[in-house]
Ligand binder design. Structure first.
Ligand SMILES: Nc1ncnc2c1ncn2[C@@H]1O[C@H](COP(=O)(O)OP(=O)(O)O)[C@@H](O)[C@H]1O
Ligand SMILES: [Mg+2]
Length: 460
């Protein structure tokens, strides 16, 4: 059958790739989305009765890009497009459906669906949670080859996890195996791979060359080693992460928490007399088990009721004297069923919380300020905040926070599981915790002592 389509060498590589998870990623304009649409068509024709899903993060993106490409290239004599259902139905019984997942929870609309192939376009716009959830939707009783095939550019909320899953672990173009046993392949895309674009728009490369450096490296070179989108560019593990050291008793200790139905993040931070802080303990737990750290233990996930969370926190606190315990204001909302707020329940267990300032940009600014280098009393550069290496969740979350594309002063609220520990840190620093007071040296000449007693203390 003649479809009248030509593909580039790289696009062919993507179409022929047979790994369970394929990621065709890199420069913008490389022809990735086009390849995705054509690959779906070829699969639908090769496996009559197959079901595929093509996903974009939002509906407008879907309708102005990939759906248009399918409409321009799919042969009407073989398939009809139904715009209400956003689905191509082939005479052979195959289906290609388009969908989007705006919020993290949107994936649940696919809860009872089954597909042979799921395709993410612009994978870096999705969270790892969404991707992993959708993996479970690939199943079916037929013996069509099952896979998840994605395309995307560097940058975006998913930059870090996509890089860690597909790019970093193995050389380009080499098939690997994920811990789950599934095979995985990354196909790098360069803009120069796309002869069609080079011909139709020769000025395209010139325009990319004029972009600011990070964006140019991402979009023109398809370079993954950029910090594009990273919110805390001041974070440097070489500087901010330190081996635990004994914290003097007189430093002021604070607790700060983020708590919700599905997660708890609790941080303990101590401040020295100069107002420099060190986060020395964390207790983080999420329902999905994606992030958990309590005294270095990695196992399991802990659904915690407010009462149990308070008890666990106090147990971790082990009687340490706290100068304050900050928590987000929504913990003071009354629950309709009990008439009590989470903060009240926790107070009932002996954990009294202070309502934190929840203005996001100011809070994030305070975190960025704390990460900045200053000069200590000896003239050496030191950061305003350090983190003990045992606080793994905070250490891995902070550098993954991405700019919010809609509000560059803010950081993206997703992926959900990486925001809790940084949020807890934000609540603490927005509350302007006080520095420690250097204790007065014990004065042997206290008024209530007689001169003779005082002299006796020196053995005189
Ligand atoms: N095989 C092809 N045949 C014709 N045009 C193509 C082909 N591959 C890509 N193009 C065109 O090149 C341009 C960029 O391709 P696209 O798939 O959008 O790139 P990417 O998704 O990598 O940014 C689009 O206009 C697309 O239609
Ligand atoms: Mg594209």
């Amino acid at each position: 059958m003649k479809l009248g389509l030509t593909v580039s060498r790289k696009q062919r590589e993507f179409i022929e790739a047979d790994a369970d998870e394929v990621f065709y990623g890199g420069a913008a304009g490389g022809g990735k989305s086009f390849a995705q649409v054509i690959d779906a068509l070829l699969y639908a024709l090769q496996y009559p009765g197959s079901r595929q899903l093509i996903l974009r993060r939002s509906f407008p993106e879907l309708s102005r890009s990939i759906i248009l490409v399918s409409q321009a290239n799919y042969p009407r004599r073989l398939a009809k497009y139904n715009s209400t259902g956003r689905v191509w139905k082939f005479q052979s019984g195959s289906m290609i459906e388009f969908g989007y997942c705006d919020s993290e929870a949107d994936v649940t609309q696919y809860q009872s669906a089954e597909y042979d192939v799921i395709r993410f376009d612009e994978l870096t716009h999705f969270t790892e949670f969404q991707y992993v959830y959708m993996l479970s939707r690939i199943r079916g009783v037929n013996d069509f080859p099952k896979s998840i095939r994605s395309t995307g550019n560097p940058g975006g909320v998913g930059h870090a996890w996509v890089k860690a899953r597909f790019i970093d672990p193995r050389p380009e173009g080499v098939k690997g195996t994920l811990p789950s046993g599934r095979s995985v392949l990354y196909i790098p895309a360069k803009v120069t791979d796309n002869p069609f674009l080079m011909k139709s728009d020769p000025g395209y490369i010139k325009r990319l060359e004029e972009l600011p450096e990070a964006q140019r490296r991402a979009l023109l070179d398809g370079d993954w080693n950029i910090f594009e989108g990273q919110y805390f560019t001041g974070w440097d593990p070489e500087i901010h992460v330190v081996k635990p050291f004994p914290i003097p008793d007189y430093w002021r200790r604070y607790l700060s928490i983020d708590y919700g139905r599905d997660m708890l993040a609790a941080l303990w931070t101590a401040f020295d007399p100069q107002g420099r802080g060190v986060v020395y303990r964390e207790f983080c737990s999420g329902l999905d088990g994606a992030f958990f750290n309590k005294g270095g233990k990695t196992c399991g996930a802990l659904p915690l009721l407010a009462r149990d969370a308070a008890r666990e926190i106090l147990r971790e606190n082990a009687g340490e004297k706290l100068s304050g315990a900050f928590a987000p204001p929504d913990l003071w909302n009354k629950h309709a069923d009990t008439g009590q707020s989470t903060a009240e329940v926790m107070a009932g267990e002996g954990l009294s919380l202070v309502r934190a300032d929840n203005r996001r940009d100011q809070g994030w600014m305070a975190v960025a300020d704390a990460l900045r280098m200053e000069t200590d009393e000896q003239g050496c550069p030191v950061p305003g905040l350090r983190v003990f290496e045992n606080c793994r969740v905070l250490i891995t979350s902070l550098p993954q926070l991405q700019y919010d594309l809609k509000n560059p002063d803010d950081c993206a609220a997703e992926p959900h599981e990486i925001t809790h520990a940084p949020d807890a840190l934000r609540y603490l620093l927005a509350g302007r915790p006080a520095r420690a007071r250097i204790p007065e040296p014990e004065n042997p000449f206290e008024p209530e002592r007689s001169g003779d007693e005082a002299l006796a203390m020196f053995g005189i």
